[in-house]
Design a protein. Structure first.
Length: 395
């Protein structure tokens, strides 16, 4: 091994550990459901993005198995060469229909989707206005495009308008895009899409909404854009097949021309092998389930309301979430880590989230109730929260 690399790795790893930022990754034995097993211990899982419980749904498992029998386990090539199978096409048609757009394109992950879609339309002669709390994959996708990146204060419409005006009047840019998460993952607040659409019209902004945490959750499952009835107004609707949909993958839904363009210009589509047939079939089955019934979506919101109410009644600061994402804001980073550790010992898995994922001094435990939790599981979690919260003097 190169001595330079060896020294670099040793020093960097030690530095992370010294600053309390080294993440020990735990291994789950078995599925990622509402209860998980780690080292023989059974825990209530409040840290997945498996909002509707579809990751372990029998219907998806069956669809996945059937597709493997029919199409094999791998797509065999990138989509443009000969890796597009009937099931990929069917998945994209189902996504477009569900989202209320002309067309859709699937990618191998939500992260990949942002890598490909932004730079397919934006370049160094353009500007991107980007909410300061946007997901890491949006930030990286913006950087990759080479466009000028202009940070917008979180959900601050006056700041957006002022910077859109300035960028537009400067005459420096060919195109200007505004990018935002639909639902912000750390606080659970929702982007102000109606105001965003108005500002976008005024300055001819391209609108790009990454609804990874909104799909399957908002708008009875169809997402934040649908929730506001703006499917015709938002240019790019991004989503992931990895969270509420329960599988893996990402997508863009939009106009036929946009999707046709992404199929010839988005590099992860052109140069990376497609989703496996089983992934595509399971994701398509999830969309069928969400189209046929809103039962899982309703159960998710009921469970979330229950958990939020119980935690708030105990005196925890649950922030200003408008979605099932339920933060318990502790503040101090070390205390936050200790809280997670003690909850773990009490049979609850609620991962601590600290700087740099959230601002310093706003350390939190982020709870993700799902449709698959029973009331007994949530009660068990609340009891542990009460016990540990008192013990640590937080309530
Ligand atoms: C989780 C997330 C992604 C990444 O999605 P994957 O399918 O897991 O790669 C992208 N954007 C946002 C806003 C996310 O929350």
């Amino acid at each position: 091994m190169s001595k330079l690399l060896k020294d670099y790795l040793a020093k960097s790893l030690q530095d992370k550990k010294d600053r309390g930022l080294y993440n020990e990754i735990q291994i789950l034995d078995g599925a990622n459901g509402p209860m998980i097993q780690i080292e023989g211990q059974e825990l209530v899982n409040l840290s997945s993005n498996n909002y509707l419980g579809l990751a372990t749904d029998d219907r998806l498992i069956k669809a996945s198995q059937t597709a493997a029998d029919q199409y094999g386990v791998g797509a065999g090539a990138v989509r443009t060469i000969n890796g597009t199978q009937r099931i990929h096409q069917e998945l994209e048609e189902a996504i477009a229909k569900f989202k209320g757009t002309e067309a859709a394109i699937a990618f191998q992950s939500g992260f990949n989707c942002n890598m490909g879609a932004i730079s397919a339309v934006m370049d160094k002669n353009d500007a991107i206005l980007s909410d300061e709390l946007n997901h890491a994959s949006i930030i990286d996708g913006c950087r990759l495009s080479g466009a000028k990146i202009i940070r917008i204060k979180h959900s601050d419409m006056a700041d957006l308008r002022a910077k859109a005006k300035e960028a537009s009047e400067s005459g420096l840019y060919n195109k200007i895009m505004y990018i935002t998460d639909g639902v912000f993952s750390m606080d659970g607040d929702v982007a102000k899409l109606p105001e965003i659409v108005e500002i976008a019209k005024e300055f001819d902004l391209i609108t790009y909404v990454d609804d990874a945490h909104g799909s399957g959750v908002m708008g009875q499952g169809a997402g934040t854009v649908k929730h506001f009835g703006l499917a015709k107004e938002i240019d790019f609707q991004i989503g992931t097949l990895s969270k509420a949909i329960g599988v893996v993958g990402g997508y863009v839904a939009g106009s036929k021309d946009l999707i046709d363009w992404l199929k010839v210009a988005a590099r992860p589509f052109l140069f990376s092998t497609s989703l496996t047939p089983s992934d595509a079939a399971a994701a398509k089955e999830a969309i069928t389930i969400m189209t046929q019934s809103t039962e899982l979506n309703e159960k998710l919101w009921q469970n979330a309301a229950y958990l939020k109410e119980k935690l708030a009644a105990l005196g925890f600061n649950t922030g200003h979430s408008e979605t099932p994402i339920t933060p318990v804001i502790v503040g101090d980073e070390n205390l936050t880590q200790k809280f997670t550790k003690r909850l773990y010992e009490e049979g609850v898995y609620a991962k601590s989230i600290v700087f740099p994922t959230v601002p310093l001094g706003t350390g939190r435990l982020r709870n993700m109730p799902t449709a698959a939790h029973t009331q007994a599981m949530l009660d068990q979690a609340v009891d542990a929260y009460e016990k540990v919260g008192r013990e640590l003097g937080i309530i």
